[in-house]
Design a protein around this ligand. Structure first.
Ligand SMILES: [Mg+2]
Length: 123
């Protein structure tokens, strides 16, 4: 079964995102920055595990969410990437959309809103 990857430098956020979307039944993996996310994706691609969705923060050390998105989209144009961030500046959102983000949600999130968006993206 394909998995969902949750990427945030805050363990608390990763845990709360995982808790919110676990009812969809997808295995969930976590990474704490964009670079670790790319490593995780490559590792599991090698094992034949498909990626259903990435939920990713913008502001993280090592590699931020927008840089991740630009890198990721070079090899995977179709798997949706949902940005989940405190960042609400229009220019940042446009940069994310231009880089191929499937959606942009502002933290703190309402669980119902996150579930709605995730449900649409994994269909
Ligand atoms: Mg952050």
């Amino acid at each position: 079964m394909s998995y969902i990857l949750v990427v945030d430098d805050s363990p608390t956020i990763r845990t709360s995102v995982e808790f919110t979307i676990k009812e969809f039944g997808f295995p969930i993996k976590q990474a704490e920055n964009g670079a670790e996310a790319l490593d995780t994706i490559n590792e599991f691609k090698g094992k034949g595990e498909d990626l259903a969705l990435v939920v990713i923060d913008v502001n993280m050390p090592v590699m931020d969410g927008i840089s991740f998105l630009k890198e990721f989209k070079k090899t995977d144009r179709f798997t949706p990437v949902l940005i989940l961030t405190t960042e609400s500046e229009g220019a940042k959102i446009k940069e994310g959309k231009d880089a191929g983000a499937a959606g942009w949600m502002i933290k703190p999130f309402k669980p119902e809103n996150l579930k709605d968006v995730v449900m649409k993206l994994i269909q």
